[in-house]
Design a protein around this ligand. Structure first.
Ligand SMILES: [Zn+2]
Length: 300
């Protein structure tokens, strides 16, 4: 199909791409750190040349709905048990809760499409929703319902986001010829220095910063986490319907022939412009390279 350009390495019979486009391959691997303050922080800008686009804001309609939900929850907490007022307040909380969940899903759809179409590999953290809920339960002194309700509603929305995010990415990467990579949930992505020769230009929010004692890197902590996710995530264990395994594995294999070529090309290019960096998928910045932190190249 001409409209896809001449860079589709292949397509299945129904037009589903089986490999990333040249543009996706050139963009490489993006790490995604899901958050509360920002919907997501990316290891690379969503828009090339615009560093701020690495910080994906929560959309206004979502923030508005969240504020309404918080107020409704406070109102509910002030009502008397088994009163008509409490019943109504509870219904309002339920409605707003649903609205927030829907709007968050909509916002996630927007960003997952941009990621799946814009990059060859999207790296995320393996956040177990069940695990987070369990730990929340564990920190509560009394295992009563009340405490859960208090701590629960807002939390449950945020807890649902990683699962929904991953679900969307899982099928959209298949649609758009990109791949998903997952970082083990025990990897300390927030505490590890991610210095790979690409520096964060946003150094003003001091309270949100990660400071490295070794290389003096100062970087937004979510951006640092996103970069670690990009560097250390691996293709997820296949959970496949029978018969699809071979093509899926081929697609998710860490090194594709075309990716390999792009990597060599990127490495060669970097040699021309400055010190060689170990990760071809990262954008190079010759000024920011630090030999102390060079590590083994990741397999994708
Ligand atoms: Zn460091």
């Amino acid at each position: 199909m001409k409209s896809w350009g001449n860079n589709r390495a292949g397509q299945l019979g129904d037009g589903t791409p089986t490999a990333p486009t040249r543009r996706q391959a050139a963009a490489g691997t993006v790490g995604v750190d899901l958050g509360v303050k920002y919907l997501a922080v990316l290891s690379l800008p969503l828009i090339t040349g615009n560093p701020d686009s690495a910080f994906v804001e929560n959309p206004r309609h979502l923030r508005t709905a969240e504020k309404r939900l918080r107020k409704a929850q406070q109102a509910l907490a002030r009502t008397q048990k088994r009163s008509a007022r409490r019943h109504r307040a509870g219904q309002r909380v339920g409605r707003l809760h649903h609205a927030v969940a829907e709007r968050r899903a909509t916002a996630l759809h927007r960003v997952t499409k941009q990621l799946a179409t814009g990059f060859a590999t999207i790296a995320i953290e393996d956040l177990s929703v069940a695990g987070m809920t369990a730990s929340a339960r564990g920190t509560v002194e009394a295992p009563g319902r009340k405490v859960r309700q208090k701590a629960g509603l807002n939390r449950s929305i945020l807890d649902a986001a990683p699962g929904e995010f991953r679900r969307q990415l899982a099928y959209k990467t298949l649609w758009y010829g990109s791949a998903l990579a997952v970082l083990d949930r025990w990897y300390p992505s927030s505490k590890t220095c991610s210095n790979r020769g690409w520096q964060n230009p946003r150094l003003t929010l001091s309270d949100r910063m990660f400071h490295c004692d070794t290389c003096r890197l100062v970087i937004d902590r979510d951006l640092n986490a996103a970069r670690n996710i990009a560097q250390h995530a691996v293709p997820p264990a296949p959970q496949l319907a029978p018969g699809t395994e071979e093509s899926q594995n081929a697609r998710r294999a860490p090194v594709r022939p075309d990716g390999h070529q792009a990597a060599r090309h990127a490495a060669k290019k970097r040699e021309d412009t400055g010190p060689p960096g170990p990760v071809p998928s990262q954008r190079s910045n010759p000024l920011a390279s630090n030999p102390q932190h060079q590590e083994q190249a990741q397999p994708f």
